[in-house]
Design a protein around this ligand. Structure first.
Ligand SMILES: [Zn+2]
Length: 389
C-alpha cells in the first residue's frame, strides 16, 4: 500500500535543513528541550526512581511527543504498524467507499494496520462481501447472525498455521504443542470460544525446548488470534447498525498512535519524555493501571517488540526525523521500563553520544540508517565499553 504521507518523508532533506539552520557553535550544545523542564515533574520522577536512575527527558504534553508524529512506527507492545490521525482517515475512506471484491482486496491490503480482534471482524466481512458484493455495513449485518461460528472458523485457520509451524519446528507430527492446539480446537467446537492469553501461555510452556527465534515466530502467529470471541462480538454489538464510515473507522481506531505513560499517569507518572513510549490505542487503552507483571500475560511479546520499537526509533533519530533533544530518549526509556517491569525488561540501547556521532556520519554519507545498522552500532558501542574497562 502507499498511504499519502507514509514513506514520503525524505529524511535527508529534513536532516540537512535542520542542520543548516543552526549556527555552528550551537551544535556543541548537549541537549535542548522543546519545552522547559518542570521542577514538579523532575521531582516526581526522582522519587519514583529513588535516585537509582540518571534522569533525563523533558516535560512534554502527550500530544507533542515527537515519536507519535512519525508514520508507520511499530507499536512498542504488539509490534504492528501504527497510524496517525490523517493516515487513519485514509484507511477509513478507502474501506467505507469500497464494495464487494474491491472491498475485500482493500481490507486485505490495509489489514496490517488492524489489531487482532478488528482483523478477525474485517476478514469475516471481507469473505462475505466477496460473495454478495455488498459494502462494509452490509457485510457486517449479513454475518452478525452466525458471528460466533465464523469467528471459530477464522480462529481454526490460525490454529492450522500454528500446527504446521509446530510440526516444522519440532520436526515431528507428535509434539507437545499439537495437544495444546487440539485442546483449543475442542473448546471452539464445543462453543466455549478461546482465551488467547491462556492459550499462548500454554503454547509457550509446551514449546519450552525450542529456540528463542522459533518460539518468537510461533508467538507472533498466535497473537493474531482474537483476544476472546466476545471481543469480536462487542465490535459487532456496537457497530452493526452504524454507518459505513463509523464501522470503517472502528476497524482502524485501535491502530492510532498514542503516547503511553510507562509509569501510569494516574499513579503519579509525569508528562515527561522519559516516561513515554509510543503505543497503539489498542494496547494503551486496556492497560490502564495494570502493572507490567499482569500486562505481560496479556501481551507476552511486549519485551521483544519494545526492543524492536526502540531500534526503529533510534534509526529514525539518526536519520534526523526527530529532534536532537531526543538523543537521550533511548537510555531514559530503558531506565523507565526496567524500573516499571521490576527488571524483566532491559533494553539494549544506543548512548546519546553514539547517536550523535552516527547522525554526523550519516550527514556526510547521506545514506539512511537501518535497524541492522543500529544493531551493529550497539555491538560496537558495547565492545568499546568493554575495552575501556
Ligand atoms: Zn499495539
Amino acid at each position: 500500500m502507499n498511504l499519502n504521507g507514509i514513506n514520503s518523508v525524505q529524511p535527508s532533506l529534513v536532516f540537512k535543513t535542520k542542520e543548516a539552520e543552526k549556527p555552528a557553535e550551537n551544535q556543541q550544545v548537549q541537549t535542548t528541550s522543546a519545552e522547559p523542564k518542570k521542577s514538579s515533574d523532575a521531582g516526581c520522577l526522582k522519587n519514583y526512581f529513588a535516585g537509582s536512575v540518571n534522569f533525563g527527558g523533558h516535560h512534554c504534553k502527550t500530544s507533542n511527543f515527537e515519536v507519535k508524529k512519525l508514520p508507520d512506527v511499530p507499536c512498542c507492545c504488539c509490534g504492528k504498524p501504527m497510524l496517525r490521525e490523517n493516515d487513519l482517515q485514509e484507511c477509513k475512506k478507502a474501506v467505507a467507499g469500497a464494495k464487494g471484491e474491491h472491498l475485500a482486496a482493500t481490507i486485505d491490503e490495509y489489514s496490517k494496520y488492524m489489531r487482532a480482534d478488528e482483523k478477525c471482524a474485517a476478514t469475516i466481512i471481507a469473505d462475505k462481501v466477496k460473495e454478495t458484493g455488498g459494502d462494509v455495513g452490509q457485510g457486517m449485518r449479513a454475518t452478525s447472525q452466525n458471528l460466533r461460528e465464523l469467528t471459530g472458523q477464522y480462529a481454526n485457520g490460525i490454529l492450522d498455521g500454528l500446527d504446521k509451524m509446530a510440526k516444522e519446528a519440532f520436526k515431528e507430527d507428535e509434539n507437545p504443542m499439537s495437544s495444546v492446539i487440539a485442546k483449543a480446537r475442542e473448546g471452539i467446537a464445543q462453543g466455549r470460544g478461546l482465551d488467547r492469553s491462556t492459550f499462548v501461555e500454554q503454547l509457550e510452556k509446551a514449546g519450552g525446548r525450542l529456540g528463542e527465534e522459533a518460539q518468537a515466530k510461533i508467538q507472533d502467529a498466535a497473537m493474531d488470534l482474537p483476544q476472546t470471541f466476545n471481543h469480536v462480538q462487542r465490535i459487532y454489538d456496537k457497530y452493526a447498525g452504524k454507518k459505513n464510515e463509523e464501522i470503517a473507522r472502528r476497524l482502524f481506531s485501535t491502530a492510532l498512535t498514542t503516547a503511553e505513560h510507562i509509569h501510569p499517569h494516574s499513579l503519579g507518572g509525569p508528562d515527561n519524555t522519559a516516561n513515554y513510549i509510543a503505543e497503539c490505542a489498542g494496547c494503551n487503552n486496556p492497560r490502564g493501571n495494570m502493572d507490567y507483571a499482569e500486562w505481560l500475560k496479556v501481551h507476552p511479546e511486549y519485551p521483544r517488540k519494545a526492543q524492536e520499537h526502540v531500534e526503529h526509533v533510534e534509526a529514525r533519530l539518526i536519520n534526523g526525523e526527530i529532534g536532537k533533544d531526543y538523543n537521550d530518549w533511548p537510555i531514559d526509556v530503558r531506565a523507565s521500563l526496567s524500573k516499571e517491569s521490576g527488571g524483566r525488561m532491559v533494553l539494549k540501547v544506543l548512548n546519546p553520544s553514539t547517536i550523535e556521532n552516527m547522525r554526523r556520519e550519516r550527514g556526510l554519507s547521506g545514506k539512511d540508517v537501518t535497524v541492522e545498522d543500529v544493531r551493529a552500532a550497539y555491538e560496537k558501542q558495547e565492545a568499546e565499553k568493554a575495552e575501556n574497562k
